[in-house]
Design a protein around this ligand. Structure first.
Ligand code: ADP
Ligand code: ZN
Ligand code: ZN
Length: 724
């Protein structure tokens, strides 16, 4: 009798036995199968076939339908899923579901989605040369853009701001034509002549082709890391292999994409969360067939199938967005390293500000260190100055010296950037008469004032309410704004420099699809202007005319209760500072602080990121914190704090003594204890090595599972958590 071993997307940490669907006599691992589960129908994945089962035959149900004729997930991805399920102590069914593109999580059979690629025709080339498109400006732009590429898919065109109606209009006119991607010629555009450090990096990576070897490529912004990626990929592609490039959520900018597409025309697939499900599926399948040489994508692209994977790049490897923060809490960076090991290929982790985890791995000789100390193209490093703002009169957060410096920069015809990692108008609304503050009704946080929208908004849940004119408690006209956000800074700067354009870049101003690229191109037109923004400004975008960067409120990170606070503050500072003076013009960075003597700031400024990071790493070692220890968090979430606490106390008790110098911390209430009306507690496990951590987690799981804490309580495991 044939029995299917099936991973069903449900929170249970096991697989399930089913009879095959009627008429089916064979199935392969990795095929999708529709199964009855309780009173639902779920798309599940076949893990294997067997001849017997422990399940009572009367209870064994037949699956409804086999959805694939070939495995959707190959052996390598299935094995990776099993590994990740064990490593992250997460149910295999949910892990596999995360791996599948959304389209394939549905009941439909997987049809191969071939996406056409468009290229210029001879008529199109003539039309371009004779400028005959006249007022169809967008079509002319598309034609021009395409003339610099071999070919491009619809999603690539969309990425670059072109819509389907424009494509169709040009096809109808005969100026462009659609073809099969696989039939497009593989060409590689010429790269730059590398400097010796870059050369060494590329050669080291290329020398490890076909072997597993992680590299940490450390170089400041502008030192030419991307150029190293491109040439390392070139080696890989020339050997007929594919490369995977991971970038952080906000790092996948049109500028970055264009560089890859220009170098590997018609060979780049893009995978990110903004794509329509169909586009995502077609690029996913294209990579699996081997019809593209380069896949560039955000976190979940780490699960892309490949025909022959030869190289993995993880740009900005320190970026927290590589860690999924809900459900299956995986780290795309760490999974990428595991994938490279499975595929016997090199993996390059690039950053100006490497994570302490990766630096630790260098110290342990697990990763090779490649350094780029010079700025490519001859750009000068910026001058960094601390601005002691103790006792100084601030204008909505801006010190007089900062305003003077901005004025001087504009006077020279250059651009200034003001960085504050807090969007909205003000983080707190308070009544000066009675002390009322605008709190979220559902979370333990104050609501942020959004002045333009006349709203109070909670940045931790979706709650918002109208901005009151008078105090809701005492009805006096005494409401005051405490502290600035980017919206308020924008207003202040407009007041101080009425003749200058002030451009704000944060999540509120870049909501629309093309909003960001429009803002960026306005800046790069080159007129003197002031940019105001959050960390969206710190990544990926090039602003060659910015010569002054002013950073407000770095102190928050220095004195953060989070043990990673200082690391993050140093990374942010270095990244933002890297925005100053990228071109020929030298830049200046002003850091406003109340703690000019803070040892961490001092190390960072006097020396560099590396000594700073070494210092932090030594501290972590002393305190037994990650990466010098191994941690996991069991989190509980319920309608009452006591319920969470009681549950985690019981887990701790039933797990028994951790032993061997391992320890429990907590249960402790989460830093923001109530979020969206749910109370949250954490039990932290700290172990001396990974093996002991997993043994401890297995015991904790066995302790937790029978506790049946009730319907209203949910608990999760987070391995290698970013926060406790
Ligand atoms: P990073 O990725 O480290 O920020 P990039 O690779 O983007 O650095 O390089 C910064 C700038 O220097 C880019 O404009 C790039 O085209 C240029 N560049 C990089 N390497 C070279 C080189 N070897 N010769 C000339 N220009 C280079
Ligand atoms: Zn009041
Ligand atoms: Zn809230």
């Amino acid at each position: 009798m044939l029995i299917l071993d099936v991973a069903v997307p449900c929170p249970l940490r096991r697989s399930f036995d089913y009879l095959p669907p009627s008429g089916i006599t064979a199935a392969e691992p990795g095929m999708r199968v529709l199964v009855p589960f309780g009173n639902r129908r779920l798309v599940a994945v076949v893990l294997g076939c067997k001849n017997e089962t422990q399940v009572d035959h009367a209870k064994l149900k037949p699956a409804i339908e086999l959805l694939d004729t070939q495995p959707t997930l190959g052996k390598d991805l299935l094995a990776l899923a099993q590994w990740a399920s064990n490593y992250y102590h997460h149910p295999i069914g949910e892990v596999l579901q995360q791996m599948l593109p959304v389209r394939l999580r549905k009941e439909k059979p997987a049809r191969d989605q071939m996406e056409p690629h468009y290229r210029l025709t001879e008529a199109g080339r003539e039309a371009l040369a004779s400028d005959s498109l006249g007022r169809a400006r967008k079509q002319a732009e598309l034609l021009d853009w395409l003339s610099h590429q071999q070919a491009a898919s619809r999603s690539t065109l969309k990425q670059n701001g072109f819509d389907y109606p424009q494509i169709k209009a040009l096809v109808d006119k005969g100026f462009i034509e659609a073809g099969d991607a696989a039939a497009m010629p593989v060409t590689i555009a010429e790269g730059k002549t590398l400097n010796p450090e870059q050369q060494h990096a590329v050669e080291s990576i290329a020398a490890h082709a076909g072997k597993f070897q992680p590299f940490l490529l450390q170089g400041v912004t502008g030192s030419g890391k991307t150029e190293v990626y491109l040439q390392a990929i070139e080696h890989c592609v020339k050997q007929g292999k594919q490369a995977l490039v991971l970038v952080p959520e906000i790092g996948l900018t049109p500028q970055t994409l264009r560089r890859f597409e220009a170098r590997f025309p018609a060979q780049v697939s893009v995978l990110h969360s903004g794509l329509a499900d169909g586009e995502r599926l077609s690029d996913w399948q294209r990579a699996g067939r081997g019809d593209c040489s380069v896949v560039i994508g955000t976190r979940s692209a780490v699960f892309t199938p490949f025909n022959s994977l030869g190289l993995i790049i993880i740009d900005e490897e320190h970026d927290p967005s590589y860690k999924q923060q809900d459900g299956f809490r995986y780290s795309a960076r760490d999974i990428a390293v595991k994938r490279a090991a499975d595929h016997h290929c090199p993996v390059v982790l690039g950053s100006a500000t490497p994570s302490l985890e990766s630096l630790h791995n260098v110290q342990q000789n697990k990763y090779r260190h490649l350094l780029l100390n010079e700025r490519a193209g001859g750009a000068q490093p910026p001058t960094i100055k601390l601005l002691d703002i103790r006792n100084s009169e601030l204008n909505n957060g801006l010190a007089p010296d900062s305003l003077t410096a901005i004025g001087e920069t504009l006077g020279k015809g250059e651009q200034a950037l003001v960085f504050l990692n807090r969007r909205g108008f003000s983080p707190l609304l308070q009544c000066h008469t009675c002390g009322w503050v605008g709190q979220c009704d559902h979370c333990d946080v104050s609501m942020t004032v959004h002045f333009g929208r006349r709203q109070l908004r909670c940045h931790h849940c979706d709650a918002y309410k109208p901005l009151p004119d008078v105090c809701p408690d005492c009805e006096n006209h005494s409401l005051t704004f405490k502290g600035p956000g980017t919206e308020r800074l924008e207003q202040t700067l407009k007041g101080a420099f009425p003749d200058t354009q002030v451009i704000r870049i944060d999540r509120d101003t870049t909501g629309g699809k093309s909003a960001m690229s429009e803002l960026v191109s306005t800046v790069n037109e080159g007129k003197p202007c002031i940019l105001v923004g959050t960390q969206m400004l710190a990544k990926g975008h090039h602003f060659p005319l910015v010569t002054l960067v002013v950073m407000l409120d770095i102190d928050g990170g220095l004195f953060s209760p989070d043990f990673r606070g200082a690391e993050r503050a140093g990374q942010l500072l270095t990244q933002v500072a890297g925005r100053a003076g990228r071109a020929e013009r030298p830049g200046t960075v002003l850091i406003q602080t109340h703690a000019p003597d803070h040892p961490i700031l001092a190390t960072l400024l006097k020396q560099d990121y590396s000594p700073f990071a070494e210092r932090l790493l030594a501290e972590r070692k002393q305190l037994g914190l990650p990466p010098c220890s191994f941690t996991a968090v069991i989190r509980a979430e319920a309608n009452a704090l006591e319920a969470c606490d009681r549950f985690l106390q019981a887990v701790r008790r039933d797990t028994g003594m951790p032993g061997n110098g391992n320890q429990f911390l907590g249960p402790l209430p989460a830093p923001i204890t109530r979020k969206a009306n749910r109370y949250r507690c954490s039990l932290i496990l700290i172990a001396q090595d990974r093996k002991q951590l997993h043994a401890l987690l297995n015991r904790a799981r066995r302790a937790a599972e029978p506790l049946k804490p009730g319907f209203a309580l949910r608990w999760t495991i987070d391995v290698d958590p970013l926060e406790w």
